[in-house]
Design a binder for this molecule. Structure first.
Ligand SMILES: Cc1cc2nc3c(=O)[nH]c(=O)nc-3n(C[C@H](O)[C@H](O)[C@H](O)COP(=O)(O)OP(=O)(O)OC[C@H]3O[C@@H](n4cnc5c(N)ncnc54)[C@H](O)[C@@H]3O)c2cc1C
Length: 394
């Protein structure tokens, strides 16, 4: 029987372990923390968004590069994940935004425990507090407690580089580079961006949300909400554009996004509401007729000149496209995910390192991107599933 060592115990690794054929492989999982799935639990703190309910084509389109993710997502889709969870007694529900969560009342730790129970029943060996430190001259795996493992097959699922406290710290980067594997620099993704707020604005509006808005950045669009923070802007709408904004910030000192405060109304409809208003003060018209709250009005004031704020036609146009200059991304450790990681050209279609046969890499440590909305976990689970299928066939 071949030996299979899985290093890392997050979403991708656990799905691989759950699906691997243990009549073919003697499997060990080495995790450096004292338990599995620390990041999975952190993800659950704001509501464990497991996947997104959409057609498979729409699902695949959310990933970048989508061609790379295409086949594993088709092999283990959002529907498959929901069925899989249901089979291990984790029923899911689809929220109004099409995001998929465990059924109300089921805590993230219960989801994790069910997955781990399922794996335990397969007789897989778990090694905790076992940090992988690199390879020795013979190519064996070396761990922090001087343990050396010679494995027929090795799968790395070490995660990205944000939220280091969860164990996913990106420290593996140098070890792979020493083996001539190209690792692209880590950058924050699904993160906040810095805005130079007016002091009066931020002292009043810090922590306030802007709901049901839309953003446009160089012909990329995102709907959702924003939250005003002292640093700048956060929230799912800006997270969805984070990859494109980060690419711009590599080349230029700032990036300008356009905020649509009334995505359900056309400029014509906004102008007509404005002109038909019985109010005389601009802020009253904005608040009572256009239903913009104090924070939205504050943003309009900060990002329009006095002349345009007092010119109804110009103001209505700005409501649909408030220009906001973003200066930088927040620090990596605070980001939900990371850009960068192992260059996709380093692996074949089964996630095997081309330069090191029988060594595979899955999950967030590869350089792919998806926005929040359950896509990150889905992507990691799908890779784990697809790799298990591949190994089971070989
Ligand atoms: C705040 C936050 C909220 C999130 N919310 C969501 C959400 O709601 N929905 C969603 O889809 N995604 C969410 N994510 C993202 C999602 O959690 C990750 O994309 C996903 O966990 C990645 O899975 P992975 O298996 O690739 O890596 P990870 O889950 O990061 O697991 C990697 C594991 O490898 C271990 N490890 C690292 N180095 C070593 C080593 N040298 N030796 C041994 N073990 C090692 C780590 O300890 C860790 O347990 C969130 C992330 C954060 C930070």
């Amino acid at each position: 029987m071949k030996t299979l060592t899985i290093i890392g115990g997050g979403a991708a690794a656990l799905m691989l372990a759950a699906e691997i054929d243990t009549t073919k492989y003697k499997v060990t999982i080495c995790e450096k923390k004292k338990s599995f799935g620390r990041k999975f639990l952190v993800a659950g703190e704001g509501g464990l968004n497991l996947t997104f309910n959409s057609s498979i084509e729409e699902l695949i389109n959310q990933y970048s590069p989508s061609e790379f993710m295409d086949s594993c997502l088709r092999e283990f889709s959002n529907e498959d994940l929901m069925k899989w969870l249901n089979n291990i007694k984790i029923p899911t529900f689809i929220g109004s935004s099409s995001r998929v969560f465990p059924e109300i009342g089921i805590k993230p730790i219960e989801v994790l425990n069910k997955i781990v129970e399922h794996i335990s029943a397969k007789g897989i060996e778990f090694k905790f507090s076992t940090e992988w430190k690199g390879w020795n001259e013979k190519g064996d795996l070396c761990f922090e407690n001087d343990e050396v493992i010679n494995s027929d097959i090795t799968v790395f699922a070490l995660g990205g580089a944000s939220w280091k406290v969860t164990g996913s710290d990106g420290n593996w980067k140098d070890l792979f580079e020493e083996r001539e594997i190209k690792v692209n620099p880590f950058r924050a993704a699904n993160c906040a961006f810095e805005v130079d707020w007016d002091k009066n604005f931020i002292s009043t509006h810090e922590g306030k949300p802007l709901k049901n808005i839309a953003l446009e950045y160089e012909n990329h669009f995102a709907n959702g909400e924003l939250v005003i923070s002292e640093f700048g802007l956060e929230g799912n709408a800006i997270y969805a554009l984070s990859e494109k904004i980060q690419d711009k910030l590599l080349l230029e000192e700032s990036a300008t996004i356009y905020l649509d405060l009334k995505p359900t109304l056309s400029i014509g409809q906004i102008k007509s509401k404005y002109k038909n208003s019985k109010k005389s003060k601009t802020t009253d018209i904005l608040n009572k007729d256009l239903k913009l709250d104090r924070t939205a009005i504050g943003i309009l004031k900060q990002f329009s000149s006095k002349e345009s704020f007092s010119n109804p036609d110009l103001l209505c146009e700005i409501i649909k496209a408030v220009p906001i200059i973003l200066k930088s991304a927040d620090e990596i450790d605070k980001a939900i995910s990371t850009l960068g990681g192992i260059d996709l050209n380093e692996v074949d279609q089964n996630f095997q390192l081309k330069k090191h046969p029988n060594t595979f890499v899955i999950g967030e440590m590869l350089d792919w991107y998806a926005p929040t909305g359950g896509y990150l976990l889905q992507g990691s689970f799908s890779m784990g599933f697809a790799l298990a299928n591949h190994l089971n066939k070989t």
